[in-house]
Design a protein around this ligand. Structure first.
Ligand SMILES: [Zn+2]
Length: 145
């Protein structure tokens, strides 16, 4: 058994993980029961309320709202989550990528305007209150597969 990593170079920002979740409280089942006392449904035995942290839009996986939707989010900007142990979340343009058993894929930066990427990120993230000028740059990310 071995551990495989992918390394990624990304021009973009690290997002503040604490701002990417919102607490959610939902009914555990659809039975109509009096909501007084008790933690479990008297008909099916499921918890009456389920509490969890949901990933905010537009970063949530529609099939699993507690998880991040990795990949293209806006224009050419991709969401990258570093690992499942130490979640760090990045948004930007992937400049290159190297899988554990593959050659390095290099992206030509000939037609890439760094200022344009910065502007796209700022436009996209400011309304979400996630833009942080100090976090914009070239990131080297090690991603656990
Ligand atoms: Zn029930």
């Amino acid at each position: 058994m071995s551990i495989h990593y992918t390394t990624i170079a990304l021009i973009g920002v690290e997002l503040d993980i604490n701002k990417l979740y919102q607490p959610v409280k939902e009914r555990g089942c659809q039975h109509e029961i009096p909501l007084s006392g008790g933690n479990y449904c008297c008909i099916c035995g499921k918890p009456i309320w389920i509490k969890y942290n949901r990933v905010i839009e537009p970063f949530a996986d529609a099939d699993s709202p507690g998880e991040f939707l990795e990949g293209l989010v806006y224009e050419r900007l991709e969401l990258v989550v570093s690992s499942s142990y130490d979640d760090r979340v990045f948004l930007g343009l992937q400049a290159s990528c190297r899988n554990w058993n593959k050659e390095v894929e290099m992206m030509s930066l000939e037609h890439v305007e760094i200022a344009q990427i910065r502007q796209s990120l700022q436009q996209f993230l400011e309304p979400l209150r996630l833009w942080d000028e100090a976090k914009f740059g070239l990131w080297a990310i090690m991603k656990h597969e």
